[in-house]
Design a protein around this ligand. Structure first.
Ligand SMILES: [Zn+2]
Length: 305
């Protein structure tokens, strides 16, 4: 029941930008690992969304929220508002074996400590509570960690940990379906209040430095992000994964990529032509830009908005 979703999840801009960058440029290893863990996290969150979409009880669901409270920024993966309770879900798509020792979390294979997810959850809960109190909203909050990866195992976890493990996701859904769900205007108001406090994050400052000159030019396959594609009269075919796409949609996509990676650059015919490494004719590019953007006609210095 998708209609429960007040705010849907979309791929985080940071993930999109890093995905585009790494197809054209070798990312520093640390950044690449960061990208992979972000992508994995996003996949876990989408998986929880797909489960919550099957709920039969009434509830309001808000995905991927970013708030500022008490001069601190905090991010919430999923909020589910039922009649009496606000469920706060922190999704973890961790894979492999982990253990807890003296309250700290470690990865078994490396013995390296990871950020304690329970502390992370507690922090979110405290800040969310403070946000609600600032509006005099008294609502019971139930925070949970949700582990989505079937290949995840946690040793020595305390029995009272507020968490649902991969084998318990069904019982989470059952629990949510059981909770009473007479929703009224005040729930809608609360959802709208939360939405109004959501802030937009700009990831550009966190990206590694990159220059246009350093990025490989060409057309990326949308499916596997390979730059190894062949252009035929109407379609662009990926040599790596065989994915085929209409040229018009590829041209539009590369133009969008260029604008995303270089928001300060003017979108011109020549710029797009160069960016795709001349794989498409000027005419074809002109047609696509003309139908999707507004032409600011300045003769030789024309650009698209
Ligand atoms: Zn491909």
């Amino acid at each position: 029941m998708k209609h429960n979703f007040i705010k849907l999840r979309t791929e985080p801009l940071e993930v999109t930008l890093l995905k585009l960058l790494r197809s054209r440029f070798v990312l520093p290893e640390e950044t690449n690992n960061y990208y992979l863990s972000k992508l994995k996290g996003y996949e876990g969150e989408c998986y929880l969304d797909s489960l919550l979409a099957t709920l039969t009880s009434n509830s309001l669901i808000l995905c991927d929220l970013l708030f500022e409270q008490n001069n601190t920024t905090f991010q919430i993966d999923t909020l589910l508002l039922s009649q009496k309770t606000l469920y706060l879900f922190e999704v973890k798509n961790l894979e492999g074996d982990y253990y807890i020792k003296n309250g700290d979390w470690f990865r078994k294979s490396t013995g390296k400590a990871i950020t304690n997810p329970v502390h992370q959850l507690k922090r979110c809960e405290t800040l969310l509570r403070s946000l609600l109190h600032s509006r005099n909203i008294r609502m019971e909050i139930e925070p949970y960690l949700v582990f989505t990866n079937p290949l995840f195992t946690l040793y020595q976890s305390p029995l009272d940990m507020p968490a649902f493990f991969p084998g318990q996701l069904n019982s989470l859904l059952k629990k949510l379906n059981r909770s009473s769900s007479e929703m009224n205007g005040s729930h809608q108001q609360l959802a709208q209040f939360l939405l109004s406090r959501h802030v937009i994050d700009s990831p550009y400052g966190r990206l590694p430095e990159y220059r246009y000159e350093d990025l490989q030019k060409g057309v990326t396959c949308r499916k596997c992000m390979s730059l190894n594609v062949a252009v035929t009269k109407y379609t662009t075919i990926c040599n790596a994964c065989s994915h085929a796409e209409k040229n018009v949609s590829c041209i539009l996509q590369v133009a969008k990529d260029l604008k995303l990676l270089f928001p300060d650059r003017l979108l011109t015919l020549n710029a797009v032509e160069h960016w795709c490494n001349y794989l498409y004719s000027k005419k074809a590019i002109q047609r696509v830009l003309g139908t999707n953007y507004k032409l600011i006609n300045k003769g030789k210095y024309s650009y698209y908005l």
